[in-house]
Design a protein around this ligand. Structure first.
Ligand SMILES: Nc1nc2c(ncn2[C@@H]2O[C@H](COP(=O)(O)OP(=O)(O)O)[C@@H](O)[C@H]2O)c(=O)[nH]1
Ligand SMILES: [Mg+2]
Length: 725
């Protein structure tokens, strides 16, 4: 009877090797045990007597892969052949899915074969199994010996219904695996019937394919194993010796022992198997989670994080397909699918327009869906999954901080075991971590954007501030320039005030002597008694000299007025230098003549007209030249030279050089000070009030030029008046 164990997802099929004693049943199982892939089989359990006779049965479990999400396990039993162990045979036969009848083909065993074949029939019936429908295959063994009953004859005697027959030699393995393949297929086909899929061609074919695939490596290994058999003893076979002799036990005792042993072993076997599977699964899941976590920690982009979940879940959970759906405008939309054209839950749409995925995500809890082959009624979701050719699905809502992001689905098809609770747990852990990482990454992106905006705003504000600052700087410069100009104006004004005061003192001092001399002379001349003519002439001379001094003082006051005027910007007009200097010299010529000073003028030919204020420039030239005459020696000379400055081509230089006594070096820095005069004031003070050079310097500077003076005591003085032109 096919056994389903939904807990461990196992389908067990029981195949019994039946036949007369010593026919080769145990030898056949031993051969199969050696030939198959060790990872697919359990040990071969044999319960023998001391002389290797099968006492109860042999048992070998084989794993044939996965069918409809369940692990398909074949359990191979042998029965004891001796006639007296009939009760054991009957127990072993209970729930059998297929039988291999191992006949001993030696001539002398014909009767034993016939008797055993008959016994099989009786025991099947006793177990309520229809001998006509139970899958049956014949193995006519010991083909290497003789004399043999001819196969056709033996066949006719024990196989009248014409079941498949194989001529075997169990000791060398000849055709043992072929027999096994044939009975496995029949057993699986029989199981298909009992699974309710015998009408389902597709499912049946898949089942057959599965067995073929699982057995191919066994049959290929057949030849290899047969050579090994010759050299190696049956070391892989577990032999448990229960009894010291062939002494038969009481039948009832045997039966009890057999049943207990059978149950205990099967139970233990399946428990061990389940535990091992669980352990492997857990270790694998732990590895998967750590691998997944490592990858997740390297990702920053929310899309990459979701994609990683689908990739990792499909890989670590051996899913043949899967999808991630995200919410958009209130319903789920596909974000990514793997190995699927479209997610079956998303393409299944209800008349109201919402998909099956939309309905399932509302549950907010992970779901495990497994098709149960024994259940006749299927839910809507199960039907959709079956229609998509799948056997099992995991559906997990993606929730971050109670916010529903979307849905993860994973599918397995018929080639795999169905998902189990541990798979669900693993997928849920991955989904939870992913959802948290996704929402963190999305928040991080938002924060970064806000940050960027803030940075832009700060940069804009900084720019604004900087431009305001530079405006303030300009204003400040402007202000400090104005302040400077104001300060200068103030200084000028102060200077003017000081000059005014000094001028007043000087003028009043200078005026006192001539005015009192004039008054005295006038009083004497106006006396009733006129003075004698020689005295009168002296007084007239005094009056003239003092009048001249008065004129000098008036000239000084005029100069002071000019000095004040020179503080303002000059009113320029293009002026011929030759003409200007010539006319400036005119009023000075009489005093030069008187002192016999020779004035020589040399103006460079081809000089253009110079933009200047002719009035103030004339005063300046006169002031310098007057000094050159006054401080000269009798019969000295004054050379006036006007030319372009050879060093600075855009400058005109007026050089006025005298042959006088020169200025001592200590006095040179003072010559531009107002009211400074060379010579000793008490003794030989020259005429004037000492403003000439101060005025000339101011005029030069007002024109954007300069005034410089070079002198050596005893070697004359040169004054250079430079102005742009
Ligand atoms: N020559 C030969 N001996 C065989 C063959 N099959 C089994 N034997 C031998 O027959 C004896 C009984 O075999 P066994 O498998 O124990 O028979 P069982 O009672 O049916 O289990 C053993 O000594 C085997 O070595 C075979 O095909 N040829
Ligand atoms: Mg045996």
């Amino acid at each position: 009877m096919v056994q389903f164990d939904n807990q461990s997802r196992q389908i067990k099929l029981k195949i019994v090797y039946y036949g007369p004693a010593l026919g080769g049943k145990t030898t056949s199982l031993q051969y199969i045990h050696r030939a198959v892939d060790p990872t697919r089989r359990t040990q071969l359990y044999s319960l023998n007597t001391s002389n290797d006779r099968t006492l109860f049965f042999d048992l070998l479990s084989l794993d044939l892969g996965v069918i409809r999400g369940h692990k398909l396990t074949l359990q191979l039993y042998t029965v004891p052949g001796q006639v007296q162990y009939d009760a054991t045979r009957r127990v072993v036969l209970s729930g059998v899915d297929a039988v291999v009848f191992v006949a001993d083909a030696q001539k002398n065993q014909l009767q034993a074969n016939i008797q055993s074949r008959k016994n099989l029939e009786e025991n099947l019936v006793a177990n309520k199994i229809d001998p006509a429908t139970i899958p049956l295959v014949f193995q006519l063994n010991k083909q290497d010996l003789s004399p043999l009953t001819p196969a056709t004859e033996l066949n006719r005697m024990i196989n009248p219904q014409g079941a498949p027959v194989f001529l075997t030699t169990a000791t060398s393995g000849r055709d043992v695996m072929e027999t096994f393949a044939a009975i496995s297929k029949s057993a699986v086909a029989g199981a298909g019937k009992r699974l309710g899929i015998d009408g389902d061609e597709k499912a049946l074919h898949r089942l057959q394919e599965q067995v073929r695939k699982a057995l191919t490596p066994f049959i290929d290994a057949d030849r290899q194993a047969s050579t090994e058999m010759a050299s190696e003893p049956n070391e892989a076979v577990e032999i448990q010796t229960l009894l010291p002799s062939d002494q038969p036990l009481e039948e009832i005792e045997l039966m009890q022992e057999a049943v207990h042993a059978n149950l205990a072993m099967t139970d233990l076997n399946s428990q061990l198997d389940t535990t091992r599977r669980r352990l492997e699964h857990t270790i694998e899941a732990l590895g998967s989670i750590s691998q997944f976590g490592r990858k997740l920690s390297t990702l920053r982009n929310p899309r990459d994080i979701l994609q990683n979940l689908l990739e990792a879940a499909c890989k670590h959970l051996y899913a043949q397909g899967g999808a991630i759906m995200l919410f958009s405008a209130g319903s789920l939309r596909e974000f990514k699918v793997k190995f699927l054209i479209q997610d079956p839950l998303l393409s299944e749409v209800s008349p109201s327009g919402s998909s099956l995925a939309d309905q399932m995500v509302k549950e907010k809890s992970p779901m495990l869906i497994t098709l149960d082959p024994t259940r006749l009624q299927q839910t809507h979701v199960e039907k959709v999954i079956e229609a998509a050719d799948c056997i099992s699905a995991i559906v997990i809502p993606l929730v971050a901080q109670d916010f529903l992001l979307g849905l993860l689905t994973l599918y397995r098809d018929h080639d795999r075991l169905s998902f189990d609770d541990e798979d669900l747990q693993l997928a849920t852990t991955m989904a939870l971590n992913t959802s948290a990482a996704y929402s963190n990454a999305a928040n991080w992106l938002k924060l970064q954007k806000t940050n960027q905006n803030l940075e832009t705003q700060v940069a804009e504000r900084t720019r604004d501030l900087e431009s305001s600052l530079s405006e303030v700087k300009v204003l400040n410069t402007d202000l400090s320039e104005k302040h400077h100009a104001l300060k200068q104006a103030f200084t000028d004004l102060e200077e003017m005030g000081r000059l005014k005061g000094e001028l007043l003192a000087r003028v009043s001092h200078e005026l006192r002597t001539p005015v009192s001399s004039l008054l005295t002379a006038a009083v004497i001349l106006a006396d009733d008694e006129p003075p004698p003519p020689e005295v009168g002439a002296r007084f007239v001379k005094i009056i003239r000299t003092e009048a001249e001094r008065l004129s000098e003082i008036i000239e000084g006051v005029v100069q002071a007025a000019i000095l004040a005027a020179a503080a303002e910007a000059p009113i320029r007009s293009d002026t011929d230098m030759n003409e200007l200097i010539d006319s400036a010299l005119e009023p000075l010529r009489p005093s030069a003549l008187k002192r016999e000073v020779d004035i020589r003028l040399d103006v460079q030919s081809g000089l253009p007209k110079i933009p200047c204020d002719p009035e103030s420039l004339t005063t300046a030239v006169q002031a310098i030249t007057k000094n050159a005459i006054d401080f000269n020696e009798t019969r000295g000379s004054v050379d006036i030279k006007v030319s372009r400055n050879p060093d600075k081509n855009d400058e005109i230089a007026i050089k006025i050089r005298d042959s006088g006594t020169g200025i001592p070096p200590d006095d040179l820095p003072l010559v531009f000070d107002a009211f400074w005069q060379g010579g000793n004031i008490m003794t030989g003070k020259p005429p004037g009030i000492g403003l000439g050079l101060t005025i000339a310097k101011r005029v030069a500077e007002n024109h954007g030029g300069s005034l410089s003076i070079f002198s050596d005591a005893g070697a004359g003085t040169e004054v250079v008046f430079s102005l742009p032109g």
